[in-house]
Write a protein that binds this ligand. Structure first.
Ligand SMILES: [Zn+2]
Length: 238
């Protein structure tokens, strides 16, 4: 049976003699694992439309385990971001984050929209230094994992929050502070809360000392909760 779907390509890898597995995020069906047949043997027209980050419409033949790609048409190549290595690296981190949290057969409009907006922001030109940090914060929020940034993750107190605990899930007060909570630079928490709440293409003005620390905290937070490490991570424009 044939069916239609849409997706942004997260990654692909060789499969068998001539095929590739292509993993996409669909707005309505979550993570799609599909097969592109024969793309490694010939100059296949389909293959060139399935590069990472491409937003495509698909006609899929429903297979027993994996759906087979029958037709592909491009909605957006996200060509703008491909000219600069640091923007491609940022896109890779975004795709990796979505890949880590997306489930198969599960509506995922918010995840899809977040990735789409992140890639479009990268297309538009030199990116905000903390775009990836903001993206990861918002990704955490989409999956219900948003770190507490304005009240203590332990008791809800709103003052004296100068440490961050990965396990407790956000900033903590002196009384609630577990072992291993890291001390944060003054003002960083408020800045991260700003990043979490802003549109990706309208992020607040940063100061350079926040960028490295902010990314460090959020990366470790995500890695702690997702139990995986990111292979690609960059602070933009540094
Ligand atoms: Zn507390």
């Amino acid at each position: 049976m044939l069916r239609h779907d849409r997706g942004i390509v997260l990654r692909s890898y060789p499969f068998g003699e001539a095929d590739r597995i292509v993993v996409l995020i669909s707005p309505h069906n979550g993570k799609l694992r599909t097969v592109a047949k024969g793309v490694r043997k010939t100059k296949s027209r389909i293959g060139g439309r399935l590069e990472s980050f491409m937003d495509v419409d698909l006609v899929l033949y429903e297979g027993r385990n994996l759906d087979i790609i029958n037709q592909v048409s491009i909605r957006d190549t996200h060509a703008g971001m491909r000219t600069e290595l640091d923007r491609v690296t940022a896109a890779s981190t975004m795709a990796e984050g979505v890949d880590a949290v997306a489930q198969e057969d599960e509506p995922s409009v918010a995840l899809f929209e977040l990735l789409s907006s992140g890639l479009s922001t990268l297309d538009a030109g030199p990116a905000h230094p903390d775009l990836v940090t903001a993206f990861l914060l918002q990704l955490a929020s989409v999956i219900g994992l948003a770190p507490s940034l304005d009240v203590c993750a332990g008791c809800g107190k709103a003052t004296g929050l100068d440490r961050f605990s990965f396990g407790a899930g956000g900033v903590v007060c002196e009384a609630c502070r577990p072992d291993g909570a890291v001390r944060l630079r003054p003002g960083l928490t408020a800045y991260l809360a700003d990043l979490a709440a802003s549109d990706l293409d309208m992020l607040p003005t940063t100061s350079p000392e926040f960028s490295g620390d902010g990314m460090g905290v959020i990366r470790r937070f995500m890695e702690f909760h997702l139990e995986r490490r990111f292979s690609s991570l960059a602070v933009l424009g540094s």
